[in-house]
Design a protein around this ligand. Structure first.
Ligand SMILES: NC(=O)c1ccc[n+]([C@@H]2O[C@H](COP(=O)([O-])OP(=O)(O)OC[C@H]3O[C@@H](n4cnc5c(N)ncnc54)[C@H](O)[C@@H]3O)[C@@H](O)[C@H]2O)c1
Length: 576
């Protein structure tokens, strides 16, 4: 097929539809954004003199969608003028315009009956060969395709963008039962190379990969918290950056997403995955049901697991006591193992220390992590074919530093499995077999390449690397390092080009980096045609090493400081 996608139709201009259209416009794709015509004029419309025939009234929802995306924070558009690539319209007057597009994305409300009606309408105008995808969060493709033609079924897939689409790298791609392989190839090409997403190949199962494991993980955290009598704030400390998760950790994330949405997603699994051995976990604990009844849903109702209040003229954040549903001042979180873990460098070391600790924090980490690792292992090949897709889904969809199998390697597979067995946990057969064959990790690095344990072949396979993607650590393993010190390296990336990579703490610019900038400029001007400065760090660079500047200032070493600033400037001028 290798269809060129130039114009896209987006159906539904709500939270996701409008921001998906914005991302398509950001990457230069023209978009037609359609929503329904509202049933009647509002008082405001009447005051403006609009009639049921007025375009302004008929396109109101699509227009509101674009306006919402323009105002959204963080910004949905790279530049506000990108909105010019979006043409708005409605499902009654503009359906025929979809003949101009090569790809239609359905992003209407999460209701099977409505999605089916929309697909029936779309089928009347789609030109043969147009790709059609749904952004559903969990409705099975099989159900949405009932009554559709062979042509429609062959060109249909689910493309599940994460919110907000500009920022979340994950896109779960779920082919339907009859999707043509070339349709999948075209979607991969456009979503990866043009739209800039990371593709996870998922199966047509409830909630696909990231939300299936993500929601299970959330429920494990809740139940273990209740068993061990921990507070909301203690759990957020234990499930945040210390174990490689974002600062919003567990409960701040739920407050952002909304407890009602979490329940909806959990219900999807409970209803749709009848053979899941952990199905009962997806039923909500009683206190959560009561929180929903009391509308303690999170940010959207201004109170959830946390609540901001004003006390003596100062804003403070209270946390909920799940035994009484009353809000209380947060308690100081103090565990010896947590304090010790925080001082260990790197996420892997912190995670391992907490997992094997004996205090309450250790017990919590052991129980929640073990549960999620075992659950993830049990879900292959049901939700995805391999561990790489599961790990990518959890990293790209939830901004975690490591996916479950990478985390399992970090804590040590043999030692953790021994601890799990001692605690009476059942280890999935394929993991036991992997260990019995002497394979002690899910990933391994050999000759500069990364390999993953492939369950069907019971051996390791290379982790696919996209053509055109350069991974600096693997080049360094392959003796491509030209020069380097503790803060930076110069790596030969081929075609006569070298890459200067920073790798100091947070890539702060200090002596080491400055020396390497000077050295690299000399080397590259002699032996290379060009140089790029890039790295895999979380921050490209946080800027100058201010601790060093402060220290020099405190010592009143003004000459040293002046000399350092001059060297800094000279080194970067040398790159010109
Ligand atoms: N909100 C999220 O975080 C999120 C994340 C990933 C996927 N999704 C999925 O994306 C889809 C849309 O979710 P949302 O959050 O944007 O919902 P939303 O309620 O914000 O928007 C839905 C839009 O669909 C429109 N609509 C309803 N019926 C229609 C029809 N017949 N024709 C055209 N438009 C119609 C509505 O007017 C509304 O503007 C759902 O399938 C949802 O599960 C949502």
């Amino acid at each position: 097929m290798n269809k060129k996608i130039k114009k896209v139709g987006v159906i539904g201009a709500g939270v996701m539809g409008a921001t998906i259209a914005a991302q398509l416009a950001n990457v230069g794709l023209e978009t037609i954004l359609l929503d329904i015509v509202l049933p009647q004029l509002s008082d405001e419309d009447k005051k403006k003199g609009l009639t049921p025939e007025s375009k302004e009234f008929r396109n109101k929802l699509a227009a509101n969608g674009v306006q919402g995306a323009l105002k959204s924070r963080p910004a949905s558009f790279y530049l506000p003028e990108n909105a010019r690539l979006i043409t708005i319209g409605n499902m009654e007057d503009d359906l025929n315009r979809l003949k101009e597009v090569q790809w239609i994305i359905e992003v209407v409300v999460e209701r099977l009956d409505i999605k089916k009606i929309v697909f029936e309408k779309l089928e009347t105008v789609m030109t043969p060969g147009t790709l059609i995808t749904s952004n559903t969060s969990g409705i099975p493709a099989k159900a949405m395709l009932e009554g559709r033609s062979e042509n429609f079924r062959k060109h249909f897939a689910i493309t599940h963008f994460f919110n907000p689409p500009r920022y979340m790298k994950l896109l779960e791609l779920v082919p339907g039962p009859d999707t043509l392989p070339e349709v999948v190839d075209t979607l991969v090409e456009v979503c990866e190379k043009i739209v800039g997403k990371g593709i996870v190949y998922a199966k047509d199962t409830p909630n696909f990969v990231a939300n299936r494991i993500g929601i299970y993980s959330m429920l494990c955290v809740v139940r273990t918290m209740m068993d061990l009598g921990l507070t909301i704030e203690a759990v957020d400390e234990l499930t945040g950056p210390v174990v490689g998760n974002p600062k919003s950790a567990s409960f701040r994330t739920v407050d952002l997403v909304g407890l009602d949405t979490i329940i909806h997603v959990a219900n999807n699994v409970y209803e749709g995955a009848k053979n899941d051995e952990k199905r009962d976990m997806f039923q909500m604990p009683e206190f959560i049901k009561q929180m929903v009844e009391k509308k303690l849903l999170g940010q959207k109702t201004k109170q959830g697991f946390y609540k901001r209040v004003e006390e003596n003229g100062k804003k403070i954040t209270l946390s909920i006591d799940y035994k009484t549903l009353e809000y209380k001042p947060q308690q100081k979180v103090k565990f010896a193992s947590l304090e010790a873990a925080k001082s260990i460098p790197g996420t892997a070391g912190k995670m391992k220390a907490l997992y094997f600790a004996d205090d309450l924090a250790g017990q919590f980490t052991f129980r929640t992590m073990s549960d999620v690792l075992l659950y993830s292992a049990m879900r292959i090949p049901e939700i995805a074919d391999d561990i790489v897709n599961v790990d990518n889904a959890m990293k790209w969809g939830f901004a975690r530093k490591m996916g479950p199998f990478e985390a399992w390697d970090a804590i040590g597979v043999e030692a953790s499995v021994a601890k799990m067995k001692k605690a009476g946990l059942e280890i999935p057969g394929w993991v036991q077999e992997m260990l019995a064959r002497g394979n002690t990790s899910f990933y391994k690095r050999e000759a500069g390449a990364l390999f993953f344990y492939d369950i069907p072949s019971k051996g390791y396979k290379p982790v696919p690397v996209k053509p055109g993607v350069i991974l600096l650590p693997s080049l360094k393993d392959r003796q491509k390092l030209i020069a380097g010190n503790k803060g930076a390296s110069l790596v030969d990336i081929g075609d006569g080009v070298a890459c200067l990579e920073f790798h100091s703490k947070m890539n702060a610019l200090g002596d080491d980096i400055i020396n390497m900038v000077l050295k690299s400029a000399d080397i590259v001007s002699k032996d290379f045609v060009g140089m790029v400065i890039a790295n895999h760090g979380e921050n490209f660079s946080v800027g100058a090493n201010l601790a060093l500047v402060l220290f020099t200032a405190q010592e009143e070493e003004w000459d040293d400081l002046e000399w350092a600033i001059k060297t800094f400037q000279d080194s970067f001028m040398k790159l010109k």
